[in-house]
Design a protein around this ligand. Structure first.
Ligand SMILES: NC(=O)c1ccc[n+]([C@@H]2O[C@H](COP(=O)([O-])OP(=O)(O)OC[C@H]3O[C@@H](n4cnc5c(N)ncnc54)[C@H](OP(=O)(O)O)[C@@H]3O)[C@@H](O)[C@H]2O)c1
Length: 255
């Protein structure tokens, strides 16, 4: 891996070599953690804009992408994810990693990030380990009108239901506030595209860590964000770019 941006000189950072976890964690230090919540997204896209292949993002990934994925999780208080990604990608609970234990404790974080699933239907399999055996209870973000029997089933499995909207839909800004009220200010979303589109439209996304995979797939796969387009395009600023094996690991923040 090497750093392509920012670059002021040829340094050790720009040379191609293995980056350790601590170094990656420093490169991706979460700007959140203060009083204000900070919402970062982590997504991968092909050169031609596909966010998945055969319904999964794994074919677009790379070992270095998975290392960064793990580091971003290790830095987060909570991972916010859309229910369809949970269903399609078979989400499991986040694990505690010994390499990050001391840093998490020093930052006042639990051993692993909480997974928060955004769902209107609560149509999820509550017998899965994500709900029955996480280190920290999984959250379900839903609307006030969510089906009471599904809420009861979720709670019986051990999940915690957090209301963040009227009707059955979740209001993104309210979800961010609700998570912050629970002490989660270092927010990471892993999509999917429908959820990310809503977060963008609501103006709550502060940062995007986008992996550009040197892959072309053609076809009609979703882009990384869907839904109605915003009236005014949102401008982001490049903060850093790493490279390994032709994969670009970019980090952009709201301008
Ligand atoms: N390239 C990447 O980095 C990346 C990342 C993640 C996922 N993916 C891919 O993306 C695909 C899945 O993404 P997707 O866009 O179809 O779905 P998604 O965004 O993961 O999930 C959509 C679901 O989330 C819930 N949801 C979203 N917004 C909501 C709101 N405001 N209020 C209440 N519920 C809300 C709904 O769940 P209910 O249906 O339960 O009501 C909705 O059906 C998969 O193929 C996956 O592999 C790619």
């Amino acid at each position: 891996m090497r750093r392509l941006f920012p670059v002021t000189d040829v340094t050790d950072e720009t040379a191609v070599r293995e980056w350790g976890l601590a170094e990656l964690a420093a490169a991706y230090a979460h700007p959140g953690g203060g009083r204000e919540p900070w919402l970062r997204a982590n997504m991968v896209s092909t050169l031609d804009g596909a966010a998945q292949h055969d319904g999964r993002s794994q074919p677009l990934s790379h070992p270095a992408d998975m290392r960064i994925f793990g580091v971003l999780r290790a830095l987060a208080d909570v991972v916010v994810v859309g229910a369809q990604t949970v269903r399609q990608e078979g989400y499991r609970p986040a694990r505690a990693r010994a390499e990050f234990a001391a840093a998490r404790e020093a930052a006042g974080q639990g051993p692993a990030p909480v997974i928060a699933v955004v769902t209107a239907s609560l149509d999820l399999d509550f017998s899965l380990p994500l709900f029955t055996s996480p280190l920290v209870p999984t959250l379900l973000l839903t609307g006030a009108a969510a089906a009471p029997d599904r809420v009861a089933a979720a709670e019986a499995a051990g999940a915690r239901v957090v209301v963040a909207g009227e009707g059955t839909a979740v209001d993104p800004a309210r979800a961010v506030r609700a998570l912050a009220d629970l002490g989660h200010t270092r927010l990471l979303t892993e999509g999917g595209p429908r959820l990310l589109g809503e977060l963008i439209a609501a103006g709550v996304l502060d940062e995007i860590c986008l992996t550009l995979a040197p892959i072309l797939t053609a076809g009609d796969a979703q882009r990384i964000a869907g839904g109605p387009s915003v009236t005014l395009p949102r401008r982001f600023t490049l903060k850093s770019m790493l490279e390994e094996d032709g994969f670009l690991f970019t980090r952009y923040q709201r301008s």
